[in-house]
Design a binder for this molecule. Structure first.
Ligand code: CMX
Length: 437
């Protein structure tokens, strides 16, 4: 058994028996109450699942296995120039709860390189799609095409014992993550660069090679990809892409089917697609104002006109967060260090100065602060990745790290089919009548 798999197996066995004990002693204890408002309000805040890899606090933001983003930046092994964390390290941390050593991360990079070969028919499936197909649709279809390789599906067909589900899931997770950068880069180059593809460079780390295959050279962009792939990976279990992956996986759909479902959830404009919407909105604003350096007054007027036309300001607000998103702040710190004079980045910073007060003034927006999507696109634009319809694919490649490490845990802990209860409004009325009598 490989060292990461062995470590995961040992840790999972320990947690599994701890949970058994917890449930024996406390299985009937209440940990939450649910209001009618929550049932009609998108299940906000209802505690209804377990997710080991990360936890989101409304004020402090995301913590991966207890570590904040600034702590990860300090503690995780870094890329070759020692600046930004390697996403391989975050995957290791999410999977086994330990910060890996340099050697362990190097081993993981080598593993993913070894597993990175994409089956040829995946490229054929992509090549048969019109170039105008949205890159997120292409990503889902590529993942579905690669499902022919699923160990979980094959072994399940062969009658796998349920105590081995975690093992097949681990193999699929490792293989899928290894292949995703190649698939994503292929989508990018076929859609925007006439199919002028760039061969992988197996001497590089996972994110460095991804940057290389996209065709944007230079160490700074590689560093951006390392940071980007690290901070977008996980946002606890309740967000739409994670929860969708988890729900679909709970039916014993294999990791390919589950991830494809999660990627479809990420493709919605209230979730991951917001990163493309932000830049689209920003470009439109600059076009409408006829300047690359708008004043705060001009931005405020444009924001108000967007709101008046019944649209949201993309990149602002969050279902859980009530402060500026630490992922936004991490990208801001990156931009301050690497590209402080970029025009587009400076526009985003000015928007940040203007939007929160306007949203506060509406009196209904619970979180007027920016989320990660408000910043990510501007840095990509600066480095020449201007095709904003592709941005959510980058988010998706990163999100695979979190949702697939979590699926390993769900299988190892023997999580059952997820099946919450729904109600009709008629049943709600009857229940209220009985309670109010
Ligand atoms: N601009 C304008 N209005 C906004 C707003 C924004 N950025 N954010 C919230 N609101 C409005 C809501 O539309 C809602 O209005 P109605 O009552 O008229 O329907 C009201 O404020 C209350 O919403 P909320 O409780 O504050 O926010 P929700 O939890 O319902 O929704 C989110 C959260 C993210 C969908 C919402 O803030 C939004 O639409 N933001 C813009 C899209 C975006 O940036 N999404 C990315 C989120 C991060 C990610 O997943 O990648």
């Amino acid at each position: 058994m490989d060292p990461l798999k062995q470590k995961f197996f040992d840790k999972a066995n320990i947690l599994k028996s701890e949970i058994k004990e917890l449930l024996k002693e406390n299985g009937n204890k209440k940990i939450d109450e649910v209001t009618l408002k929550q049932i009609y309000g998108g299940a906000r805040g209802i505690k209804m699942m377990v997710w080991e890899t990360s936890e989101l606090d409304a004020i402090d933001g995301i913590r991966f296995r207890g570590y904040s983003i600034p702590e990860l930046k300090e503690k995780l092994p870094k890329g070759p120039d020692g600046k930004e964390p390697r996403p391989e390290g975050l995957f290791w941390l999410m999977l086994v709860g330990e910060i890996p050593t340099e050697e362990e991360v190097k081993w993981l990079t080598d593993q993913w390189t070894t597993r990175s070969n994409v089956p040829e028919h995946t490229f054929k499936v992509l090549d048969d799609l019109p170039k105008s197909t949205h890159p997120m649709t292409q990503l889902t279809m590529a993942i579905m095409a690669m499902q022919t390789e699923s160990c979980f599906m094959r072994r399940y067909d062969e009658g796998m014992n349920k105590t081995d589900y975690w093992d097949a899931t681990y193999e699929d997770a490792m293989n899928l993550i290894a292949k995703l950068p190649r698939v994503a880069a292929y989508i990018y180059r076929r859609t925007y660069h006439n199919g002028d593809h760039i061969a992988p460079d197996i001497s590089q780390d996972w994110a460095g090679n991804f940057a290389h295959m996209l065709g944007i050279e230079g160490n700074d962009f590689k560093n951006l990809m390392r940071l980007y792939m690290t901070i977008h990976a996980d946002h606890e279990g309740g967000n739409a892409s994670a929860h969708t992956t988890h729900l679909v996986g709970s039916t014993l759909s294999d990791p390919y089917l589950s991830l494809a479902a999660g990627i479809n959830a990420l493709a919605g404009p209230l979730h991951g697609l917001a990163n493309q919407e932000v830049i689209k909105w920003t470009f439109k604003m600059l076009d409408a104002l006829g300047t690359k350096q708008p004043t705060e007054r001009q931005i405020a007027d444009y924001v108000n006109s967007t709101l008046a036309s019944g649209k949201v300001i993309p990149g602002y607000g969050h279902a859980v967060l009530r402060r500026p998103d630490p992922r936004f702040m991490a990208l801001k710190t990156f931009a301050e260090e690497y590209i402080p004079d970029s025009d587009i980045v400076n526009v985003i910073w000015k928007v940040f100065d203007v939007v929160p007060d306007i949203l506060k003034g509406l009196g209904k927006v619970k979180n007027p602060w920016p989320n990660v999507d408000a910043h990510s696109g501007s840095i990509l634009v600066h480095y020449g990745l201007v095709q904003y319809s592709f941005y959510t694919v980058l988010f998706g490649v990163s999100r695979a790290l979190g949702v697939l490490s979590s699926q390993c845990w769900s299988r190892a802990l023997g999580m059952p089919l997820e099946r919450p209860k729904s109600m009709t409004t008629e049943a709600v009325k009857q229940m209220l009548e009985a309670v109010n009598k």
